[in-house]
Design a protein around this ligand. Structure first.
Ligand code: GLN
Length: 269
């Protein structure tokens, strides 16, 4: 079978079929367009058919290829980490706006997962010292491997349950994309999220428990004038702003993601 036929008979969204076939043949998607009539080897076709079957059964493309791009950085992902989302790039943008290029600032990323946020910031701000923590040793392995592969050296990783093991030196900026989906949210049983670690998606209850710990604990770990930025659910803007106010943050900010949903909250201390 040729490239065009394999793409057409996958029974998948064209983009998913293209990403999977490009992965199998070790080329990029533009190569597929120029080689629609090339005949695929038996081996490539078998591998591709196995992957398209798994995709039809619901597995996320990023877990099938082991790869997802975030902030232009190709990141390895496994089922031990959340798949980085485009909406989280909004958080990175706001973080970078607060970090001068020429200053040697300290940044903390809570619940780093694949390392996406920490690595994006560290890559853009080579003088920043970024500390990235996660409670999951398996996630830290993925994040460390990503830093190594991308030769990003200004991030240190540590196992920590939120602020439990972050040291005593204060930070200029704390960022986090914590689990924030409510425990009973039906969306947890649909689509790609079914395959993601539930500890990265939901703290249970109303979805705000992790954000409460992060917001309440931040003032004690920030320098005067330091900033906290967090990602939250589309319907949590007011609840999260109230947490920031209760913890005496000032200069509260909020931002929408590219889909127009309120997604990021921030404040200074
Ligand atoms: N944005 C993700 C989703 O809705 C959730 C990520 C998170 O809980 N931090 O699928």
């Amino acid at each position: 079978m040729n490239v065009g036929g394999a793409l057409a008979q996958a029974g998948l969204a064209p983009i998913d079929a293209q990403v999977l076939l490009a992965f199998v043949v070790g080329r990029d998607r533009s190569w597929l367009v120029a080689h629609r009539d090339d005949v695929l080897s038996r081996e490539h076709l078998d591998t591709y058919n196995a992957l398209t079957r798994r995709r039809r059964d619901g597995e996320p493309v990023a877990y099938l290829t082991g790869m997802r791009e975030f902030w232009g950085l190709p990141l390895c992902v496994t089922t031990d980490v959340l798949i980085p989302r485009p909406e989280t790039e909004t958080l990175v943008e706001l973080a970078l706006a607060r970090l001068p290029v020429d200053a040697d600032v300290r940044v903390l990323d809570l619940g780093t997962g694949s390392g996406a946020i920490a690595l994006a910031i560290a890559h853009e701000r080579p003088l920043a010292q970024v500390v990235a923590i996660d409670a999951s040793p398996a996630a830290l392995d993925v994040a460390r491997a990503n830093a190594e592969r991308l030769s990003i050296r200004n991030v240190t990783f540590a196992a920590s349950d939120w602020y439990g093991n972050v040291g005593v030196e204060p930070f200029d900026l704390i960022v986090s994309n914590p689990p924030y989906i409510a425990g009973g949210d039906p969306h947890l049983a649909e689509g790609d999220v079914r395959f993601e670690p539930s500890s990265a998606l939901t703290p249970g209850g109303d979805g705000l428990d992790a954000l409460r710990v992060i917001v309440d604990g931040a003032p004690a770990r920030l320098v005067p004038g330091g900033t906290l930025l967090v990602e939250h659910g589309y319907d949590q803007r007011e609840a999260v702003a109230a947490l920031f106010q209760a913890a005496r943050f000032t200069r509260l900010t909020a931002a929408r993601d590219l889909a127009g949903q309120w997604r990021v909250a921030g404040g200074a201390i």
